[in-house]
Design a protein around this ligand. Structure first.
Ligand SMILES: Cc1cc2nc3c(=O)[nH]c(=O)nc-3n(C[C@H](O)[C@H](O)[C@H](O)COP(=O)(O)O)c2cc1C
Length: 208
């Protein structure tokens, strides 16, 4: 069982938006309290990859996902990019963990540099300074030395770099299985129980 009850989830404008939306669904299903944020570029990518129109106003997005995933009252809160009075902005009231999924090279660089120029970057900065779990799910290929150095810097500062790299050893039959592979790895990092896919070793040994 996990000690994590509240998770901040930030969607940024990298390819791989289905990972972020599926993660949101799974976190809510696992009865986590979720603080959701998204960048402007995330809105563009969500529309391009999923035909999903994330409203400009946080309150409208909260209503949208409440309708879609039916969380309990107060379980999902959505914050705008400059909502500096949100709990995630302060080390006095951070979530138990934060995930940026998908994570652009731009946001990754800003977090590595400690810019805190919007609420996503500030929330990530707070997690690092408070030494709480911060999971970054970058998607880019190939990676430049700048990308790699930023990732190393963040890893050294305590973040987990979890690239959106699905494996194929579970013989995925469709795209949803590839998405669930990555989401399962993120939930594992947060120690949140799930049944998205069988664990290595268990499938071949049902008595285990
Ligand atoms: C359709 C689309 C796909 C993109 N894919 C990626 C990507 O996979 N990785 C990445 O780092 N940036 C990607 N970008 C570029 C970022 O969206 C861009 O750098 C943006 O300024 C990042 O802003 P953000 O970090 O605030 O979301 C993509 C942009 C678009 C429109």
């Amino acid at each position: 069982m996990t000690g994590i009850r509240t998770v901040t989830l930030a969607l940024t404008g990298a390819s791989g938006m289905p990972y972020g939306i599926r993660l949101l669904e799974c976190l809510l299903q696992a009865r986590m309290r979720v603080y959701l944020m998204y960048s402007q570029a995330a809105q563009i990518v969500a529309r391009q990859e999923m035909e999903l129109s994330l409203p400009a106003r946080a309150k409208d997005t909260e209503a949208f996902f409440t309708e879609r995933f039916s969380p309990e009252a107060g379980q999902l809160r959505v914050f705008g990019r400059e909502e500096w009075f949100a709990p995630v902005a302060s080390g006095s009231n951070p979530a138990d963990a934060m995930v940026v999924c998908p994570c652009t090279m731009g946001t990754l660089a800003s977090i590595a540099a400690g810019l805190s120029d919007n609420l996503i970057e500030r929330a990530a900065d707070v997690m690092l300074k408070e030494r709480r779990p911060l999971v970054l799910v970058p998607r880019e290929t190939p990676l430049s030395s700048i990308h790699l150095q930023n990732m190393l810097r963040l890893s050294d500062a305590g973040a987990t770099i979890l690239p959106a790299n699905p494996g194929f050893y579970h013989h995925p039959q469709n795209v949803d299985a590839l998405i669930d592979f990555v989401v399962a790895r993120i939930l594992d990092q947060l120690r949140i129980d799930h049944t998205l896919m069988s664990r290595w070793g268990d499938a071949h040994n049902p008595d285990a």
